[in-house]
Design a protein around this ligand. Structure first.
Ligand SMILES: Cc1cc2nc3c(=O)[nH]c(=O)nc-3n(C[C@H](O)[C@H](O)[C@H](O)COP(=O)(O)O)c2cc1C
Length: 130
């Protein structure tokens, strides 16, 4: 069964290196497990979209939940899907522009086209928070 998870969490200010290290683990492990998705970090919170086989995601969510680099994981969405929206991204880092005004535009260009409208809205709402 193909599933998607969308969650937010809270993190202290992490260095660029720490974020790079999370992305490096993700790229390595996710490719091997056919997990895809995207990760946003606004300096205080993460938002991550994960998609793949349900059993693989349960396993990954368990690891992520116990990762001391963040806390307070809150699940926004967990559902079965027919297609991936990020088929080509083992874990894409979506940058959040510095100026709130330019965030919407930048994200519109960066977010995958196949994202369903409700999920797109949740991600957009997260991205314009400061
Ligand atoms: C916000 C956040 C997102 C993460 N996303 C992933 C992920 O998509 N895939 C992954 O394997 N690890 C992810 N991790 C890291 C895992 O918690 C864990 O450290 C890692 O999988 C351990 O594997 P490694 O020993 O190969 O680095 C994430 C961690 C954080 C804090």
């Amino acid at each position: 069964m193909l599933s998607q998870y969308l969650y937010i969490s809270t993190a202290p200010t992490l260095s660029r290196e720490e974020i790079e290290s999370i992305l490096a683990s993700s790229a390595r492990n996710n490719s091997a497990r056919k997990i895809t998705g995207l990760l946003l970090y606004n300096g205080r919170n993460f938002l991550q979209l994960l998609e793949g086989d349900e059993a693989e995601l349960v396993d990954l969510m368990l690891r992520i939940t116990h990762d001391p680099r963040h806390t307070g994981i809150s699940m926004l969405e967990h559902k079965e899907v027919r297609h991936r929206v990020c088929p080509d991204w083992a874990m894409k880092r979506v940058m959040i522009a510095d100026s709130i005004e330019s965030r919407r535009e930048a994200l519109e260009a960066d977010l995958p086209k196949g994202l369903d409208p409700q999920m797109r809205k949740m991600i957009m709402n997260f991205a314009v928070l400061n």
